[in-house]
Design a protein around this ligand. Sequence first.
Ligand code: S3P
Length: 172
Amino acid sequence: MKVVLVGYMASGKSTVGQLLAKVLDAPFVDLDDYIEEEMGMSIGELFSKKGEIFFRKTEFQLLGKVLEESKDIILATGGGTPCYGNNMQTISKNSNLSVYLHLSIPSLVDRISREKDKRPLVKNLKDENLPEFIGKHLFERRSYYAQADVTINCDGKSIEEVVTEIQSHYSK
Ligand code: S3P
């Protein structure tokens, strides 16, 4: 079983993915961690030393690699993964289920303001500029996220509730 989680930064892809993997007894991979291991550099260093275009090419190559070489996998992608190249096609071709974890802008602002540092795209923004940035960015990205097989509205839901909802689609 291959399940791919997509969604904006801080939407809970890794946390939900880890619990889902535990419940399904399947391997869990976080694409950002996989990129960091393969490249021997943190995502922050990749952005600052090599630039975003290099990061996107690497992300594209390693997305294909990890999905092709795994039989069973729960994959948490990066927030931008579905929005570049033909990554969304790669995801739908190489997975049984893709899931968009949707959160409202206020929820994303709240979460991201608490964990900006490891995210190069937002780390230099002032907190007061986050709502406008996230609102516009999400607007640009939502047509990609919407291509996932299933959208789950995660506002006000626990991780367990989100996982149960994913499982209900998985068994359909
Ligand atoms: C990015 C999201 C990050 C990471 C990189 C770029 C994005 O992953 O891949 O900083 O473009 O939204 P998370 O969604 O895990 O923060």
